[in-house]
Ligand binder design. Structure first.
Ligand SMILES: Cc1cc2nc3c(=O)[nH]c(=O)nc-3n(C[C@H](O)[C@H](O)[C@H](O)COP(=O)(O)O)c2cc1C
Length: 170
C-alpha cells in the first residue's frame, strides 16, 4: 500500500486530494430561483449528509462562488435527489454549464410540499427540505434543511471517490 504524508506547509490541493478519498454518494439539489424569473436552479453536490433524526435535519454546503448561491439562500425549500448508479450523465450535467442546459428536456415535477423537483426513475431517494438555516463558514455556506417529505427505492447508488464516479460496491 503506498501512503502519502502531508507536506510540512499546509497545501490546499493536497488537502483536497486527501478529502477526495472519502467516498460519497452524489446528489442533485434543485429549487425555484428568485422572482420575477422563478426559473429552476440546480447543482450536483456530494456534501449532503445526515444531521438529526428528531427533528429530521440534513446538511450540505454550497461554494460562495456558486451562481446558484443567492437563489438557495432565499429559497423557502429545496429538493435533494440522491442519484442512482445509472445517473452519472445527470451528475456531470448539473456540475457545469448554464442552468437552462442542465434542465433542458428534463421532466420537472413538484414534491408534495410544492417544491420543484426532477422527475426521474433512476433515483435512490429524494428529500424535500425546508430551508431552515444557512451559515457562512470559510469559503462555503453550510445549509441545514428540515426534511418534510422523503422517498426511497432499492436502486444502487452512484458513488464519487478520488474525483471519479465509481462502480457501486455491491
Ligand atoms: C461529484 C460532485 C460533487 C460536488 N459537490 C459540490 C458540493 O457539495 N458543493 C458545491 O458547492 N459544489 C459541488 N460541486 C460542484 C458544483 O456542482 C458546480 O460547481 C456547479 O457548477 C455549481 O453550479 P452553479 O455555479 O450554477 O451554482 C460538485 C461537483 C461534482 C462533480
Amino acid at each position: 500500500m503506498s501512503e502519502q504524508l502531508s507536506p510540512p506547509a499546509f497545501d490546499t490541493p493536497f488537502f483536497k486530494s486527501a478529502l477526495s478519498r472519502f467516498a460519497t454518494g452524489v446528489t442533485v439539489i434543485t429549487t425555484e430561483g428568485l422572482a420575477p424569473e422563478c426559473e429552476p436552479w440546480g447543482l450536483t453536490a456530494s456534501s449532503f449528509n445526515t444531521l438529526s433524526l428528531d427533528p429530521p435535519l440534513i446538511v450540505w454546503s454550497l461554494d460562495k462562488k456558486a451562481r446558484s448561491l443567492p437563489h438557495f439562500l432565499h429559497a423557502p425549500s429545496y429538493v435533494i435527489h440522491v442519484l442512482g448508479a445509472s445517473q452519472e450523465k445527470m451528475a456531470k450535467r448539473f456540475a457545469m454549464g448554464p442552468q437552462a442546459e442542465r434542465f433542458h428536456g428534463h421532466p420537472l415535477g413538484r414534491a408534495p410540499g410544492g417544491t420543484l423537483m426532477l422527475e426521474d426513475q433512476g433515483l435512490c431517494a429524494w428529500f424535500e427540505c425546508r430551508n431552515v438555516s444557512q451559515h457562512e463558514t470559510g469559503d462555503h455556506y453550510l445549509f441545514i434543511g428540515q426534511v418534510e417529505h422523503c422517498m426511497h427505492t432499492d436502486t444502487a447508488p452512484l458513488i464519487y471517490h478520488a474525483s471519479k464516479f465509481a462502480l457501486t460496491p455491491r
